[in-house]
Design a protein around this ligand. Sequence first.
Ligand code: ADP
Ligand code: MG
Length: 273
Amino acid sequence: MSDGSPHGPLYRDTPLILSVSGVDKAFDGFKAVRDLNFYLEEGELRTVIGPNGAGKSTFMDILTGRTRPDRGTVTLHERDGHDIDLRKLREFRINRLGIARKFQTPSVYVTHTVYNNLLLSLNRPRSVWSALFYRESPEDRERIHAVLATIGLSGREAELAGALSHGQKQWLEIGMLLVQEPRILLVDEPAAGMSDEETVKTGELLLSLEGKHSVIVIEHDMEFIRQIARKVTVLHQGSVLKEGSFDFVKNQPDVIEVYLGRQGAREREEAAS
Ligand code: ADP
Ligand code: MG
């Protein structure tokens, strides 16, 4: 129902799932995030890039309730039109609302099978002990097998998670979040430490989630961003510097300056040492 206006639609084709508006966050007087505005559509795959110190991790911390903003609003839009103010909710409450975060280091249960890792993540019984004796329903099994296919581990479910490669462990951990059917999946540098082949597969995995989950990927590997980029948000000094397609942002002089300026500085440092 777009109004076709070049200045932005009055009606959106896709509803928003998340709105972040005018957010500031300072640590000891240093503003890690400043006047941040960020809007995510339902089912969108968004990449957030920016040099070290741009505020990417702080932004994720604010979304997950790990850090509280000093100013501004953070709102989750429910499908029924109801809005939830995330600013005052505890981390576990935000997680239960369906905002799931994948950290950089994989934390799978290495002594359990791939299948049981997914089963344990279904969040049915409360403890690991009772989960081990939990008899999953046919629906649970179906969901686990669907996730195994999504993460490229079909046929590997009986293997111990500890025997998987680094990349496969990362995919399993994404799967452990997917079985919980999150509304928003936050993924921090998923390709870090992966082989080229695993990186490509990770990109395919993330692309396959588009439309089914809303996903925010933080990344600074440019090749990887090129592969998965839809709308790209470039953060710099805690604010949005540019937002748009990969081709648009990569050609913006201020984005080039922020990236290449730093690379140039690094090269100069290396040459001097
Ligand atoms: P990025 O993830 O983009 O590299 P961060 O969000 O980690 O950036 O950090 C942004 C800035 O805020 C950095 O200068 C960092 O040193 C500072 N910062 C982040 N967290 C804290 C904290 N808990 N205490 C003090 N300074 C912090
Ligand atoms: Mg970071």
